[in-house]
Design a protein around this ligand. Structure first.
Ligand SMILES: [Zn+2]
Length: 170
């Protein structure tokens, strides 16, 4: 699934529908459809960085079992090919292809858990987008590329202000 391209197509379709609506259409036709937490988190992540990694070709995999080579409590991870080989952040990000972001089933076992745990999901998606834009880890407190979660100081402001409908406050 190419989520970002899919979102762009949806936006294009939405614009066409608006043009086709006659002036007599009721307010009901303008009700905004709720975005899924994952779709909203990817949109926030690209707004945060001001860039879309991998030319917009990113596969988001949800409820993934944590691979044996990672820490058992890993929340998410990325895979990609690059001019320097698989998963090599030293390569220019413009050469990344076959990009995936996997969300671990331990942290987010269900769709409902993604809403419940929204702040971590949004922060994690922004972190993983950072990797796909070539950013390595940064241990500065409050930096979104810090691999260790200590508090919400590294949460992008957009995650707090642009919450999905029905998300509990953290
Ligand atoms: Zn990381």
């Amino acid at each position: 699934m190419n989520l970002l391209r899919h979102l762009r197509l949806l936006t294009a379709a939405f614009i066409i529908i608006l043009i086709a609506i006659p002036a007599t259409a009721t307010a009901k036709t303008h009700v905004k459809r709720a975005k899924s937490p994952v779709a909203l988190a990817t949109s926030i992540a690209s707004r945060y960085w001001g860039a879309v990694p991998c030319q917009g070709h990113i596969t988001i995999l949800v409820q993934q079992p944590v691979p044996a080579q990672l820490e058992l409590d890993s929340d998410a991870w990325v895979t990609f090919n690059s001019s320097l080989g698989a998963n090599n952040l030293a390569a220019p990000a413009s050469t990344y292809t076959n990009c995936t972001i996997a969300l671990g089933s331990t942290r987010w076992p269900t769709a409902a858990s993604m809403k419940q745990d929204w702040d971590m999901l949004c922060m994690t998606m922004t972190h993983e987008f950072g990797h796909l834009l070539g950013h390595p880890h940064n241990t500065t407190p409050g930096n979104v590329m810090n691999p260790m979660f200590t508090n919400y100081s590294s949460e992008p402001r957009l995650c707090q202000t642009d919450r999905p409908i029905g998300t509990p406050p953290r």
